[in-house]
Design a protein around this ligand. Structure first.
Ligand SMILES: Cc1cc2nc3c(=O)[nH]c(=O)nc-3n(C[C@H](O)[C@H](O)[C@H](O)COP(=O)(O)OP(=O)(O)OC[C@H]3O[C@@H](n4cnc5c(N)ncnc54)[C@H](O)[C@@H]3O)c2cc1C
Length: 452
């Protein structure tokens, strides 16, 4: 590794010292739980509308999923129900750096899903009518065209689908920059500030209780990522959510094999702003079975069946840890959210070794490029792999935005706009009805990867 390559570009987001707030406000128009891309984007849009917003993050901004993801900002192969919000999100990404005056690393280098065989190609091309219905620039690529986009591969792909307007942003830059933009607009962003629970008055949300004190507010958004289900369970709201560990690596800069993003077989690669590549391997998605798995198993059956080939299941420490963890707690004592300020799973060395082998096999020129950093993140997902966004029926004034299911980074800014609109009643043109929590309990058929 050359000396000027920084080895913690990504991990620096969550390994820095914690900075608890010096003081906390007593009131806010809206309190947001969670400083991932969804929470900070919502805070930014709300603050721009002149609302008094406070965001509480138990650890660091982007310390969990939003700082650890692959950085794909993709419309391609999305569930049709998410596309309207995703298309708006791309529009926001395009001007975001300029608008907030900070670089978020966004560029539109395109997204290629390359097929090794006819079956894969057929599967990808089955999505083309959906792209057309939403006016996207997705098209098929011939084998020769793929070779023009993806240079120096050791074999020829059968063909591909390609969306030139798809892009990437840098996860370690984006959410922290949006959080600072929200602060510039007057939002208060509090880190090392876990929300232990909420208070209600006459059945409505009336305050968040943080480890540093209580903030009165009539509107609370829970954008707690992997913690949302646990948080909501403590206030008797059932949110089906499972966690899957995914290991990621990045190479040092050098060699120009492609711009944008490539999905092929089980490997994902995307060009980084620093000239290296972020690599991942879908063959190593790991789910540690816990009592929650059993609680939500029926709802998740279709998703588990669809991902079965790439999902590795295990049972061990996590099972007993969850079993012995409290389901409810006193709000005047430390809560599970303070116990784990940052959910920081270890990267799986076998996954890293597999990525190395895949990269060397596909791109022989990359053999001299070291994997300079590896990390892991816990993806949280819903039974139909699309988010839950709504004001809860159980507690008016308590909103949920969670379950972005492995593709919430790209859609985050669009979701922030839509959620801010939901909270203030301002029309955004984005229909959120498909994302109701009730769909899991009212007999609605659970559909995966919906096309037009
Ligand atoms: C390895 C990996 C790869 C991925 N790749 C992509 C990709 O390429 N493209 C894409 O679009 N998406 C991708 N995703 C998914 C994407 O990262 C997530 O969907 C998105 O970041 C979710 O954002 P969020 O704000 O909802 O949650 P998070 O980023 O998880 O943020 C939630 C925050 O809430 C905080 N919190 C929770 N409970 C409390 C509490 N009680 N008090 C205070 N704070 C609390 C947590 O500490 C956390 O920081 C990937 C995810 C992972 C893990």
């Amino acid at each position: 590794m050359s000396e000027d390559v920084v080895s913690d570009t990504v991990a620096g987001t969550w390994t820095k010292p914690f900075e608890p707030p010096k003081e906390i406000p007593t009131h806010a128009d809206v309190a947001i739980i969670g400083g991932g891309i969804v929470g900070v984007s919502t805070a930014w849009f709300l603050a721009k509308q002149g609302l008094d917003v406070v965001l509480c993050e138990k650890g660091h901004i982007a310390g969990e999923q939003s700082g650890r993801n692959w950085g794909w900002v993709r419309q391609q192969m999305r569930d049709a129900r998410e596309l309207p919000m995703m298309i708006v999100s791309i529009k926001i990404w395009k001007t975001l750096s300029e608008e907030i005056g900070e670089d978020v690393g966004f560029t539109q280098g395109g997204c290629v899903y390359a097929a090794r065989n006819d079956k894969e190609l057929e599967e990808y091309e089955a999505w083309l009518p959906t792209a057309k219905a939403y006016g996207l620039d997705t098209r098929s690529l011939s084998s020769e065209e793929v070779a023009q986009h993806i240079r120096g591969a050791s074999f020829k792909w059968k063909g591909a689908i390609y969306t030139p307007s798809d892009g990437r942003a840098e996860p370690h830059l984006a959410a922290p920059a949006i959080a600072r933009a929200a602060e510039q607009e007057g939002a208060k962003i509090l880190t090392s500030c876990a929300v232990r629970g909420i208070e209600t008055e006459a059945g409505r949300a009336s305050a968040v209780v943080t480890e540093h004190g209580t903030i009165k507010t009539a509107k609370i958004l829970c954008a707690g990522g992997a913690w949302t289900s646990m948080f909501c369970r403590s206030i008797d709201i059932k949110v089906p959510q499972l966690k899957v560990k995914c290991t990621v690596s990045r190479t040092e800069p050098g060699h120009d094999i492609m711009d944008g993003e490539l999905w092929e077989d089980e490997t994902g690669i995307r060009r980084r702003q620093d000239g290296g590549y972020t690599i991942s391997n879908e063959g190593f998605l790991e789910h540690s079975i816990t009592p929650t798995t059993f609680r939500h198993s029926m709802a998740f059956l279709p998703a588990l069946k669809s991902e079965f080939g790439s999902l590795s299941l295990s049972i061990g420490r996590d099972f007993f840890h969850e079993l012995s963890s409290p389901k409810k707690w006193n709000l005047d004592r430390p809560s599970p959210f303070e116990e784990t300020r940052v959910l920081n799973p270890d990267p799986n060395p076998r996954a890293v070794a597999k990525m190395r082998r895949n990269l060397d096999e596909i791109f022989p020129a990359m053999r001299d490029r070291e994997l300079v950093e590896s990390w892991a993140g816990m993806i949280e997902t819903t039974p139909d792999v699309i988010p839950i966004i709504e004001e809860t029926k159980q507690i008016p004034g308590f909103y949920i935005a969670t379950g972005f299911s492995g593709h919430g980074f790209g859609i985050g800014p669009g979701a922030g706009l839509a959620i801010a609109g939901m909270i203030t009643g301002k029309e955004t043109g984005i229909d959120l009805s498909e994302f109701r929590l009730g769909r899991f309990y009212d007999g609605t058929k659970i559909e995966l990867y919906k096309k037009v």
